[in-house]
Design a protein around this ligand. Structure first.
Ligand code: GLA
Length: 394
């Protein structure tokens, strides 16, 4: 892929859309990161805690306003370009990736933020799946258009509009974690977020000699959206059953592990029981892991990450062979404190805490055993924690 600096992106923009053609001249460049979730998986739509961080990988968007109510979309990552009317932004299967920006424009309109058309060029460097490339496209679009229109931008509100567009337009019942992190991330910090109240705290990721290592399974993900929506429905079913003891209960995140244990018999379906147990124990793990980090106990932080993976594998059942192999083999290496899948699951990436001087050896060994055991090639990245969405200046 080409270099993603301002000059190259502007040149690519002019190649896609021409110099002025129907547009106003000024080009603006925006960036939104991807994210890695350190711990707290499948807790966000249950009103629980998550602990994600923004990456320095992400999506750039070059934007130029138009006055003729047309929306034109191009990407350096996908060959197809798309054109539609700003007054007709309905979902269309054949629009593939372009449905994400269309969804954002449609939902901004719904909230009263109108525009007269745009040429938008995207370029991203987020590897694989599981690191929120979709939330990155959503937020770079929402933020860029709001800035270009001169609207006041409340980042939390933009995150909520982006989540709404994913729920209602894309039909994925995701929680708020990805969009919130991509909007609100800060360099070298993870965000402890309570997903029902949106109370949050940015916590320094002090890793003293350790690194965050991301490994991409490179496994294609298949039917992840339907499995995701099914998990969410099972959690709602658990809430319904538990209402016999807690009539006011709205989300599983309101309960602690003891309360669940005493009332587990109310959930008759054994699969739903496992789902509820994961959510509530994972929630407790997030709180414990942030306490561990604050007292510089990275060993305990790592143990909680590994316990999170076991629970996602055995109770929530969203892991897969490839993720399990990466985690299992990573945990066998020297200097590894913890390892887990990150994101929705069924493929995508793992995140591990590895001693700085062991990173290269770890990548080499895990990479080769992974190849043997899965016939796939994993990619590894030492993650830098970056900031949330912004406009690139000079
Ligand atoms: C996806 C969703 C998030 C969250 C995670 C699982 O990334 O978009 O809202 O539910 O899966 O923790």
């Amino acid at each position: 892929m080409m270099k993603l600096d301002k000059q190259s992106l502007f040149t690519a923009f002019h190649e896609s859309f021409g110099i002025t053609q129907g547009g106003e001249n000024e080009l603006r460049l925006f960036f939104a990161p991807g994210r890695v979730n350190m711990i707290g998986e499948h807790t966000d739509y249950n009103g629980g805690y998550v602990f994600p961080a923004a990456l320095t990988f992400g999506t750039w968007m070059v934007a130029r306003r138009r006055s003729d109510r047309k929306l034109r979309l191009a990407s350096l990552n996908f060959p197809s370009t798309h054109e539609c009317e700003i007054d007709h932004l309905e979902y269309a299967e054949e629009d593939a990736w372009a449905n994400y920006p269309k969804a954002i424009l449609a939902h901004l309109q719904k909230h009263g933020y109108k525009s007269n058309g745009y040429d938008l060029l995207y370029a991203g460097n987020i590897p694989g799946s599981g690191l929120s490339s979709s939330a990155s496209i959503q937020l770079v679009t929402a933020f860029g258009v709001m800035q270009a229109e001169g609207h006041r931008t409340d980042l939390v509100q933009l995150a909520l509009i982006a989540q709404e567009s994913e729920n209602q337009y894309m039909g994925v019942n995701c929680g708020i974690m990805d969009q919130f992190t991509v909007a609100m991330g800060e360099e070298d910090h993870a965000i402890l977020l309570k997903c029902d109240t949106l109370e949050y705290e940015r916590v320094p990721l002090r890793l003293n000699g350790y690194k965050i290592l991301i490994a991409n399974t490179n496994k294609s993900r298949g039917l992840v959206d339907s499995a995701y929506n099914e998990r969410r429905a099972q959690c709602e079913q658990a809430v319904e059953s538990l209402k016999a003891s807690f009539p006011e209960l709205t989300v599983l995140g309101e309960l602690n592990a003891e309360q669940l244990k005493a009332n587990l018999h109310l959930i008759t379906d054994s699969t739903v029981r496992k789902r509820a147990a994961h959510v509530i124990e994972e929630n407790d793990r997030v709180v414990a892991s942030v306490q561990a980090l604050k007292r510089n106990d990275l060993h305990h932080f790592g143990q909680l990450m590994s316990a999170s993976h076991a629970s996602l594998r055995d109770l929530y059942e969203v892991s897969c062979h490839e993720l399990d192999v990466l985690v299992e083999e990573t945990l066998k290496q020297q200097g590894v404190l913890g390892s887990r899948m990150t994101g929705a699951g069924f493929g995508g990436c793992t995140v591990s805490i590895v001693a700085e001087d062991q990173v290269d050896a770890c990548i080499e060994r895990v990479g080769s055993i992974y190849r043997e055991r899965t016939k796939l090639q994993a990619d590894f990245y030492v993650a830098d924690i970056g900031k949330g969405v912004y406009e690139e200046s000079e």
